[in-house]
Design a protein around this ligand. Structure first.
Ligand code: AMP
Length: 395
């Protein structure tokens, strides 16, 4: 269902509450060490400012556990936003109450106000209606540009939308929904899903959904060993989830009954132990010796997966193929990054580790869409409804 976008609004003279993601890293001196998230919100902020909107920005920062904590104040974010925006940004020292209300009322067309950390109030994460109503009372229109928080039903992502209308997607949110939408509806085929990472248990729903919507699923990372073990293949000392063997069997069976390709590694990079100094050895067989641990996919698997990727029209990738943080076990993940980047398909990468892999390879600009929301993109691709998205007004 298409959601209303900021481009459908008439912002002039309106007080607009915009949920942003200014959850930026701060050092001990309280300085912002990476302002990517602030810069990412600029297109939507500029769009509304240029059209005379009166912007009230709300965000969380860190986990202050419902209490004010000066170490997690958004004040530095207001200063940085003013610098990159090239105009003053007012700051309210509390996100609700008389000061926030006065600051919101004082806004003129094109002015910007940033509220203090929403999570200084426990009611934010608990989604308490009275608190959501207080936030909503600051504004007339709601915009959500924080895709990374859309899988949480908090007061600022869901609760307050009950008291404001219309509720529209910001430009960042709109792009996420457009691209991730292409991975779940009216997809171009063949559709290849690549899933890696530490655990099967973290990605059960994702795997189940890919077995429904994709044509081919390529599995790597530690989770592959749980599947191999479920097939009776010797995996040595590799990390497995032994309580998930039945689930792995059921997923393999599901793939078979649906006639889907579900590929597991056929060779590996192994070592004596899980250690940055461990020597990498190539193991050309599917089975791993009893005294070895599997830490990356091997060259034959890389070639097989790359061949599948080259045939695809839609590719979604979540999770690394091995312990890519250690350079001797990074080749599998980097080979996948290269293959995905070389493809002319719609390519979508989500999840922190696969995102850092494509950046490390210097191919980020060759990917159609790199999702900003780790947990949110995982839930979206798992076919789940995100409360923050469901809350937006339909076109
Ligand atoms: P995830 O957050 O689920 O995407 O998992 C990412 C983590 O899985 C990374 O830190 C990888 O080092 C780790 N990982 C990938 N492959 C393996 C493996 N074969 N053995 C142990 N850890 C792995």
């Amino acid at each position: 269902m298409a959601k209303l976008s900021v481009r459908d609004l008439k912002p002039t003279g309106k007080r607009i509450f915009m949920r942003v993601d200014f959850n930026v890293p701060l050092n001990d001196a309280g300085e912002i060490t990476d302002d990517t998230r602030i810069r990412a919100s600029l297109p939507t902020i500029q769009y509304l400012v240029e059209r005379g909107g009166r912007l009230i920005l709300g965000s969380h920062l860190g986990r202050p556990k419902g209490k004010p904590n000066p170490k997690m104040s958004l004040k530095p974010a207001a200063t940085r936003l003013a610098e990159v925006l090239g105009k003053p940004v007012a700051f309210a020292p509390d996100c609700v109450g008389p000061q926030a209300e006065a600051a919101a009322k004082a806004l003129k067309d094109g002015d910007v106000l940033l509220l203090e950390n929403l999570r200084f109030h426990p009611e934010e994460e608990k989604n308490v209606p009275g608190f959501a109503q207080q936030l909503a009372a600051l504004a007339e229109v709601y915009v959500d540009d924080a895709f990374g928080s859309a899988h949480r039903a908090h007061a600022s992502t869901e609760g307050m939308t009950h008291y404001l209308s219309p509720c529209a997607a910001g430009l960042l949110m709109e792009k996420e929904l457009e691209y991730l939408g292409r991975a779940v509806e009216n997809v171009a085929r063949p559709y290849v899903a690549i899933v890696g990472g530490a655990k099967v248990s973290d990605k059960i729903e994702l795997l189940q959904n890919f077995l429904k919507i994709a044509d081919t699923v390529l599995v790597g990372g530690a989770m592959a060993y749980t599947f191999l073990k479920a097939q009776g293949v010797e995996v040595g000392l590799s990390k497995t989830e032994d309580d998930k063997l039945d689930l792995a069997k059921a997923l393999l069976q599901d793939a078979q009954s649906r006639g889907k390709k579900f590929l597991l590694p056929k060779d590996h990079i192994v070592a004596e132990k899980f250690d940055a100094s461990a020597a990498a050895e190539t193991d050309a067989t599917r089975a791993i010796p009893a005294n070895r641990i599997g830490l990356d996919i091997g060259p034959a698997t890389r070639a097989e997966y790359a061949a599948e990727i080259s045939k695809a029209k839609t590719i979604v990738w979540n999770g690394p193929m091995g312990v890519f943080e250690m350079s001797q076990f990074a080749a599998g993940t980097l080979a996948i990054a290269k293959a995905v980047a070389a493809s002319s398909a719609v390519t979508i990468v989500g999840g922190g580790d696969s995102v850092s892999a494509v950046k490390k390879m210097g191919v980020a600009d060759k990917i159609s869409h790199i999702s900003t929301g780790g947990g949110a993109s995982l839930e979206f691709l798992s076919g789940l409804t995100l409360p923050g998205v469901a809350a937006l007004t339909e076109k």
